[in-house]
Design a protein. Sequence first.
Length: 381
Amino acid sequence: MNNVAGTSTPYEAGGPERRVLITSHGSASGAQEHQWHRPQPAPAAPRTINLGQTVGGGALRLTEVARLAHGRRGFCFTREMKPHDRSRLSFMIRYAVGHPERIVPHARRLARDGVLRLRNRDHVSYYRAVMRSDAARSGEGAVGSHTHESWLKVGQMQFDYLVSHGLKPGMRMLEIGCGNLRAGRLFIEHLDAGDYYGIDISPDILLAAQRTLTEAGLQHKLPHLTLVQDLKLEFLPAGYFDVVHAHSVFSHSPIEVIDECLAHIGRVIKRGGFFDFTFDRTEGAEHHVLREDFYYRTETLLALAGRHGLAGQFMKDWEDLSHPQSKLRISRLDELRYISIVLSDGRKLSWRRPTGAQGCRRNRGRQRTRRRRKAQPGRVA
Protein backbone atom coordinates (compact mmCIF):
# COMPACT_ATOMS: atom_id res chain seq x y z
CA MET A 1 0.00 0.00 0.00
CA ASN A 2 1.08 3.55 -0.65
CA ASN A 3 1.22 6.42 1.77
CA VAL A 4 -1.64 8.80 1.02
CA ALA A 5 0.06 11.80 2.57
CA GLY A 6 3.13 11.53 0.37
CA THR A 7 1.89 10.03 -2.88
CA SER A 8 0.20 11.55 -5.85
CA THR A 9 -2.75 9.40 -6.78
CA PRO A 10 -3.56 8.08 -10.27
CA TYR A 11 -7.08 9.46 -9.99
CA GLU A 12 -7.83 12.04 -12.66
CA ALA A 13 -10.68 14.52 -12.60
CA GLY A 14 -13.29 13.51 -15.10
CA GLY A 15 -11.89 9.94 -15.20
CA PRO A 16 -13.95 6.78 -14.93
CA GLU A 17 -13.55 6.34 -11.18
CA ARG A 18 -16.38 7.90 -9.23
CA ARG A 19 -16.57 5.88 -5.98
CA VAL A 20 -14.11 5.63 -3.10
CA LEU A 21 -14.64 3.41 -0.05
CA ILE A 22 -12.93 4.84 3.04
CA THR A 23 -12.36 2.59 6.05
CA SER A 24 -11.15 4.34 9.21
CA HIS A 25 -9.68 2.62 12.27
CA GLY A 26 -8.84 3.83 15.74
CA SER A 27 -12.18 5.41 16.65
CA ALA A 28 -14.32 4.35 19.59
CA SER A 29 -16.53 2.16 17.44
CA GLY A 30 -13.73 0.34 15.66
CA ALA A 31 -13.56 0.06 11.89
CA GLN A 32 -15.96 2.34 10.07
CA GLU A 33 -16.79 2.36 6.39
CA HIS A 34 -17.91 5.36 4.38
CA GLN A 35 -18.39 5.81 0.67
CA TRP A 36 -17.32 8.93 -1.14
CA HIS A 37 -18.84 9.60 -4.55
CA ARG A 38 -17.55 12.28 -6.84
CA PRO A 39 -20.59 14.50 -7.31
CA GLN A 40 -21.87 15.15 -10.80
CA PRO A 41 -22.53 18.72 -11.95
CA ALA A 42 -25.98 19.80 -10.87
CA PRO A 43 -27.64 23.21 -10.80
CA ALA A 44 -29.01 22.74 -7.28
CA ALA A 45 -26.56 20.48 -5.48
CA PRO A 46 -27.22 19.95 -1.73
CA ARG A 47 -24.73 21.06 0.88
CA THR A 48 -21.89 18.60 1.12
CA ILE A 49 -18.97 17.56 3.30
CA ASN A 50 -15.74 19.42 2.81
CA LEU A 51 -13.13 16.69 2.48
CA GLY A 52 -10.45 19.34 2.94
CA GLN A 53 -11.20 19.67 6.65
CA THR A 54 -7.98 19.79 8.70
CA VAL A 55 -7.46 17.08 11.28
CA GLY A 56 -6.76 18.90 14.53
CA GLY A 57 -3.35 18.43 16.06
CA GLY A 58 -2.11 15.76 13.65
CA ALA A 59 0.11 15.38 10.63
CA LEU A 60 -2.69 14.13 8.41
CA ARG A 61 -4.93 16.58 6.66
CA LEU A 62 -7.97 15.35 4.88
CA THR A 63 -6.75 17.39 1.94
CA GLU A 64 -4.56 14.36 1.28
CA VAL A 65 -7.69 12.26 0.93
CA ALA A 66 -9.34 15.03 -1.04
CA ARG A 67 -6.57 14.78 -3.64
CA LEU A 68 -8.51 11.84 -4.95
CA ALA A 69 -10.95 14.37 -6.29
CA HIS A 70 -8.54 17.27 -6.91
CA GLY A 71 -10.18 19.53 -4.36
CA ARG A 72 -13.76 18.62 -5.19
CA ARG A 73 -16.40 17.99 -2.56
CA GLY A 74 -18.44 14.95 -1.72
CA PHE A 75 -20.52 13.42 1.04
CA CYS A 76 -20.75 10.18 3.00
CA PHE A 77 -23.69 7.89 2.40
CA THR A 78 -24.63 4.24 2.12
CA ARG A 79 -26.94 2.35 -0.17
CA GLU A 80 -28.73 0.98 2.90
CA MET A 81 -30.32 4.36 3.63
CA LYS A 82 -34.08 4.16 3.27
CA PRO A 83 -35.68 7.34 1.92
CA HIS A 84 -38.01 9.41 4.10
CA ASP A 85 -39.36 12.33 2.07
CA ARG A 86 -42.29 14.02 3.78
CA SER A 87 -41.90 17.33 2.01
CA ARG A 88 -43.85 16.27 -1.07
CA LEU A 89 -47.44 17.41 -1.34
CA SER A 90 -48.37 13.95 -2.61
CA PHE A 91 -47.09 12.42 0.63
CA MET A 92 -49.13 14.85 2.74
CA ILE A 93 -52.30 14.10 0.80
CA ARG A 94 -51.77 10.34 1.00
CA TYR A 95 -51.06 10.58 4.72
CA ALA A 96 -54.22 12.62 5.39
CA VAL A 97 -56.34 10.21 3.35
CA GLY A 98 -54.82 7.21 5.10
CA HIS A 99 -55.09 8.72 8.61
CA PRO A 100 -58.23 10.89 8.69
CA GLU A 101 -58.46 10.49 12.48
CA ARG A 102 -55.28 12.58 12.84
CA ILE A 103 -56.53 15.63 10.98
CA VAL A 104 -58.43 17.15 13.95
CA PRO A 105 -55.60 16.56 16.49
CA HIS A 106 -53.18 18.12 14.01
CA ALA A 107 -55.43 21.18 13.69
CA ARG A 108 -55.57 21.53 17.50
CA ARG A 109 -51.81 21.21 17.70
CA LEU A 110 -51.43 23.82 14.97
CA ALA A 111 -53.58 26.30 16.92
CA ARG A 112 -51.75 25.65 20.21
CA ASP A 113 -48.33 25.98 18.66
CA GLY A 114 -49.30 29.19 16.93
CA VAL A 115 -50.14 30.74 20.30
CA LEU A 116 -46.93 29.44 21.87
CA ARG A 117 -44.81 30.86 19.05
CA LEU A 118 -46.32 34.29 19.57
CA ARG A 119 -45.46 34.15 23.26
CA ASN A 120 -41.97 32.64 22.88
CA ARG A 121 -39.76 34.02 20.14
CA ASP A 122 -36.62 31.88 20.56
CA HIS A 123 -36.74 28.14 19.93
CA VAL A 124 -35.63 26.99 23.39
CA SER A 125 -38.34 29.02 25.13
CA TYR A 126 -40.89 27.89 22.56
CA TYR A 127 -40.09 24.20 22.87
CA ARG A 128 -39.92 24.48 26.65
CA ALA A 129 -43.51 25.73 26.52
CA VAL A 130 -44.45 22.85 24.21
CA MET A 131 -42.98 20.35 26.67
CA ARG A 132 -44.81 22.01 29.57
CA SER A 133 -48.08 21.61 27.71
CA ASP A 134 -47.37 18.00 26.73
CA ALA A 135 -46.01 16.96 30.13
CA ALA A 136 -49.13 18.32 31.84
CA ARG A 137 -51.11 15.64 29.98
CA SER A 138 -48.58 12.80 30.10
CA GLY A 139 -44.88 12.57 30.88
CA GLU A 140 -44.54 9.57 28.59
CA GLY A 141 -46.49 11.29 25.81
CA ALA A 142 -44.26 14.35 26.14
CA VAL A 143 -41.27 12.27 24.99
CA GLY A 144 -43.19 10.80 22.06
CA SER A 145 -44.55 7.56 23.55
CA HIS A 146 -48.32 7.37 23.32
CA THR A 147 -48.56 4.14 25.35
CA HIS A 148 -46.60 2.77 28.28
CA GLU A 149 -45.66 -0.26 26.19
CA SER A 150 -44.16 2.03 23.53
CA TRP A 151 -42.29 3.97 26.23
CA LEU A 152 -40.75 0.75 27.55
CA LYS A 153 -39.94 -0.59 24.07
CA VAL A 154 -38.18 2.53 22.78
CA GLY A 155 -36.19 2.91 25.98
CA GLN A 156 -35.07 -0.71 25.83
CA MET A 157 -34.14 -0.30 22.16
CA GLN A 158 -31.81 2.62 22.93
CA PHE A 159 -30.23 0.78 25.85
CA ASP A 160 -29.66 -2.49 23.98
CA TYR A 161 -28.13 -0.66 21.03
CA LEU A 162 -25.53 1.26 23.03
CA VAL A 163 -24.65 -1.74 25.17
CA SER A 164 -24.09 -3.77 22.00
CA HIS A 165 -21.74 -0.96 20.89
CA GLY A 166 -19.61 -1.11 24.01
CA LEU A 167 -21.33 0.91 26.76
CA LYS A 168 -20.31 -0.71 30.05
CA PRO A 169 -19.86 0.08 33.75
CA GLY A 170 -16.88 2.31 34.39
CA MET A 171 -17.78 4.60 31.49
CA ARG A 172 -19.28 8.05 31.88
CA MET A 173 -22.32 8.94 29.82
CA LEU A 174 -24.03 12.22 28.94
CA GLU A 175 -27.60 12.06 27.66
CA ILE A 176 -28.73 15.23 25.91
CA GLY A 177 -32.49 15.55 26.16
CA CYS A 178 -32.85 12.88 28.83
CA GLY A 179 -36.60 13.51 29.11
CA ASN A 180 -38.35 11.47 31.79
CA LEU A 181 -35.61 8.80 31.65
CA ARG A 182 -37.31 6.57 29.10
CA ALA A 183 -33.90 5.03 28.40
CA GLY A 184 -32.04 6.90 31.13
CA ARG A 185 -33.35 4.66 33.91
CA LEU A 186 -31.70 1.68 32.17
CA PHE A 187 -28.43 3.55 31.63
CA ILE A 188 -28.39 4.66 35.28
CA GLU A 189 -28.87 1.10 36.51
CA HIS A 190 -26.19 -0.22 34.11
CA LEU A 191 -23.47 2.35 34.88
CA ASP A 192 -21.58 2.95 38.10
CA ALA A 193 -22.98 5.42 40.62
CA GLY A 194 -22.52 9.04 39.56
CA ASP A 195 -21.51 8.22 35.97
CA TYR A 196 -24.80 9.20 34.29
CA TYR A 197 -25.42 12.83 33.40
CA GLY A 198 -28.78 13.84 31.95
CA ILE A 199 -29.60 17.34 30.69
CA ASP A 200 -32.82 18.81 29.33
CA ILE A 201 -34.27 22.21 28.52
CA SER A 202 -37.61 21.43 30.20
CA PRO A 203 -38.00 21.76 33.98
CA ASP A 204 -41.34 19.96 33.76
CA ILE A 205 -39.86 16.88 32.12
CA LEU A 206 -36.98 16.82 34.63
CA LEU A 207 -39.55 16.67 37.44
CA ALA A 208 -41.04 13.68 35.62
CA ALA A 209 -37.52 12.21 35.44
CA GLN A 210 -37.21 12.46 39.22
CA ARG A 211 -40.46 10.56 39.59
CA THR A 212 -39.20 7.84 37.24
CA LEU A 213 -35.98 7.60 39.23
CA THR A 214 -37.89 7.22 42.49
CA GLU A 215 -40.28 4.61 41.08
CA ALA A 216 -37.34 2.58 39.78
CA GLY A 217 -35.56 2.76 43.15
CA LEU A 218 -32.35 4.13 41.64
CA GLN A 219 -31.61 6.89 44.13
CA HIS A 220 -28.40 5.13 45.24
CA LYS A 221 -27.00 5.52 41.69
CA LEU A 222 -26.76 9.32 42.22
CA PRO A 223 -27.45 10.39 38.63
CA HIS A 224 -26.94 14.02 37.62
CA LEU A 225 -30.09 15.65 36.20
CA THR A 226 -29.53 19.23 35.07
CA LEU A 227 -31.67 21.93 33.49
CA VAL A 228 -29.97 23.80 30.63
CA GLN A 229 -30.79 26.81 28.49
CA ASP A 230 -28.55 25.92 25.54
CA LEU A 231 -26.23 23.19 24.25
CA LYS A 232 -22.89 24.92 24.77
CA LEU A 233 -22.14 22.49 27.64
CA GLU A 234 -19.89 25.08 29.27
CA PHE A 235 -20.50 23.76 32.81
CA LEU A 236 -19.19 20.28 31.95
CA PRO A 237 -15.49 19.27 32.15
CA ALA A 238 -13.37 18.71 29.04
CA GLY A 239 -12.60 15.18 27.85
CA TYR A 240 -14.94 13.63 30.41
CA PHE A 241 -17.53 11.45 28.67
CA ASP A 242 -17.03 8.12 26.92
CA VAL A 243 -20.49 8.20 25.34
CA VAL A 244 -22.79 11.11 24.55
CA HIS A 245 -26.31 10.22 23.45
CA ALA A 246 -29.22 12.26 22.09
CA HIS A 247 -32.39 10.47 21.07
CA SER A 248 -35.17 12.44 19.35
CA VAL A 249 -33.48 15.76 20.13
CA PHE A 250 -32.21 16.96 16.75
CA SER A 251 -35.51 15.84 15.23
CA HIS A 252 -37.00 18.76 17.20
CA SER A 253 -34.17 21.25 16.67
CA PRO A 254 -33.55 23.93 14.04
CA ILE A 255 -30.17 23.84 12.35
CA GLU A 256 -28.69 26.60 14.53
CA VAL A 257 -29.30 24.53 17.69
CA ILE A 258 -27.64 21.48 16.11
CA ASP A 259 -24.74 23.64 15.00
CA GLU A 260 -24.31 24.97 18.53
CA CYS A 261 -24.22 21.45 19.95
CA LEU A 262 -21.71 20.15 17.38
CA ALA A 263 -19.50 23.19 17.95
CA HIS A 264 -19.04 22.23 21.62
CA ILE A 265 -19.56 18.47 21.83
CA GLY A 266 -16.00 17.61 20.82
CA ARG A 267 -14.65 19.37 23.92
CA VAL A 268 -16.47 17.13 26.42
CA ILE A 269 -15.93 13.78 24.67
CA LYS A 270 -13.12 11.68 26.09
CA ARG A 271 -10.37 10.47 23.78
CA GLY A 272 -11.84 7.44 22.00
CA GLY A 273 -15.43 8.44 22.83
CA PHE A 274 -18.35 9.11 20.50
CA PHE A 275 -21.63 11.00 20.19
CA ASP A 276 -24.72 9.19 18.86
CA PHE A 277 -27.83 11.09 17.84
CA THR A 278 -31.00 10.32 15.94
CA PHE A 279 -32.67 12.61 13.43
CA ASP A 280 -35.60 12.68 11.03
CA ARG A 281 -34.07 12.04 7.63
CA THR A 282 -35.38 13.22 4.29
CA GLU A 283 -34.09 12.59 0.80
CA GLY A 284 -36.09 15.55 -0.50
CA ALA A 285 -36.25 19.17 0.58
CA GLU A 286 -35.34 19.85 4.19
CA HIS A 287 -38.38 21.13 6.06
CA HIS A 288 -40.14 21.33 9.39
CA VAL A 289 -43.65 20.70 10.68
CA LEU A 290 -44.92 23.43 13.01
CA ARG A 291 -41.31 24.13 14.01
CA GLU A 292 -41.49 21.04 16.22
CA ASP A 293 -40.38 18.31 13.83
CA PHE A 294 -37.37 19.01 11.58
CA TYR A 295 -36.28 16.88 8.63
CA TYR A 296 -32.67 16.99 7.42
CA ARG A 297 -30.62 15.41 4.70
CA THR A 298 -27.81 13.20 5.99
CA GLU A 299 -25.12 15.11 4.10
CA THR A 300 -26.23 18.38 5.71
CA LEU A 301 -25.52 17.08 9.21
CA LEU A 302 -22.28 15.39 8.16
CA ALA A 303 -21.08 18.63 6.61
CA LEU A 304 -21.99 20.49 9.78
CA ALA A 305 -19.99 18.03 11.88
CA GLY A 306 -17.01 18.33 9.53
CA ARG A 307 -17.05 22.08 9.93
CA HIS A 308 -16.32 21.58 13.64
CA GLY A 309 -13.54 19.03 13.17
CA LEU A 310 -15.76 15.97 13.67
CA ALA A 311 -16.18 12.81 11.62
CA GLY A 312 -19.62 11.31 11.01
CA GLN A 313 -20.77 7.75 10.40
CA PHE A 314 -24.24 6.67 9.29
CA MET A 315 -25.27 3.77 11.54
CA LYS A 316 -26.59 1.14 9.16
CA ASP A 317 -27.42 -1.37 11.89
CA TRP A 318 -29.80 1.13 13.53
CA GLU A 319 -31.80 1.18 10.27
CA ASP A 320 -32.60 -2.49 10.82
CA LEU A 321 -34.48 -1.68 14.05
CA SER A 322 -38.13 -0.69 14.18
CA HIS A 323 -37.59 3.04 14.68
CA PRO A 324 -38.54 5.73 12.15
CA GLN A 325 -35.51 7.94 12.78
CA SER A 326 -31.98 7.46 11.49
CA LYS A 327 -28.79 7.64 13.55
CA LEU A 328 -25.38 9.25 13.08
CA ARG A 329 -22.27 8.64 15.16
CA ILE A 330 -19.89 11.55 15.62
CA SER A 331 -16.28 11.27 16.74
CA ARG A 332 -13.29 13.59 16.79
CA LEU A 333 -11.17 13.56 13.63
CA ASP A 334 -7.97 13.61 15.68
CA GLU A 335 -8.91 10.14 16.95
CA LEU A 336 -8.33 8.57 13.52
CA ARG A 337 -5.01 6.73 13.45
CA TYR A 338 -5.39 4.67 10.32
CA ILE A 339 -7.23 5.29 7.07
CA SER A 340 -7.38 2.83 4.18
CA ILE A 341 -8.86 3.85 0.85
CA VAL A 342 -10.08 1.38 -1.75
CA LEU A 343 -10.60 2.86 -5.20
CA SER A 344 -13.40 1.57 -7.36
CA ASP A 345 -10.95 -0.40 -9.53
CA GLY A 346 -9.57 -2.24 -6.49
CA ARG A 347 -6.38 -0.22 -5.96
CA LYS A 348 -5.60 0.51 -2.30
CA LEU A 349 -4.02 3.44 -0.49
CA SER A 350 -3.43 3.82 3.23
CA TRP A 351 -2.16 6.24 5.85
CA ARG A 352 -1.14 5.56 9.46
CA ARG A 353 -0.34 8.21 12.04
CA PRO A 354 2.57 7.29 14.35
CA THR A 355 1.38 7.86 17.91
CA GLY A 356 3.26 7.94 21.19
CA ALA A 357 6.00 5.48 22.02
CA GLN A 358 4.86 3.05 19.34
CA GLY A 359 5.46 5.61 16.64
CA CYS A 360 8.88 6.44 18.11
CA ARG A 361 9.84 2.76 18.23
CA ARG A 362 8.74 2.30 14.64
CA ASN A 363 10.86 5.24 13.52
CA ARG A 364 13.92 4.01 15.49
CA GLY A 365 13.48 0.57 13.94
CA ARG A 366 13.53 2.05 10.46
CA GLN A 367 16.69 3.98 11.27
CA ARG A 368 18.45 0.82 12.51
CA THR A 369 17.39 -1.04 9.34
CA ARG A 370 18.86 1.69 7.16
CA ARG A 371 22.14 1.64 9.14
CA ARG A 372 22.44 -2.14 8.80
CA ARG A 373 21.87 -1.96 5.05
CA LYS A 374 24.56 0.67 4.67
CA ALA A 375 26.99 -1.47 6.68
CA GLN A 376 26.54 -4.58 4.49
CA PRO A 377 29.79 -5.47 2.57
CA GLY A 378 29.69 -4.58 -1.10
CA ARG A 379 26.42 -2.72 -0.79
CA VAL A 380 26.18 0.45 -2.89
CA ALA A 381 24.56 3.24 -0.93
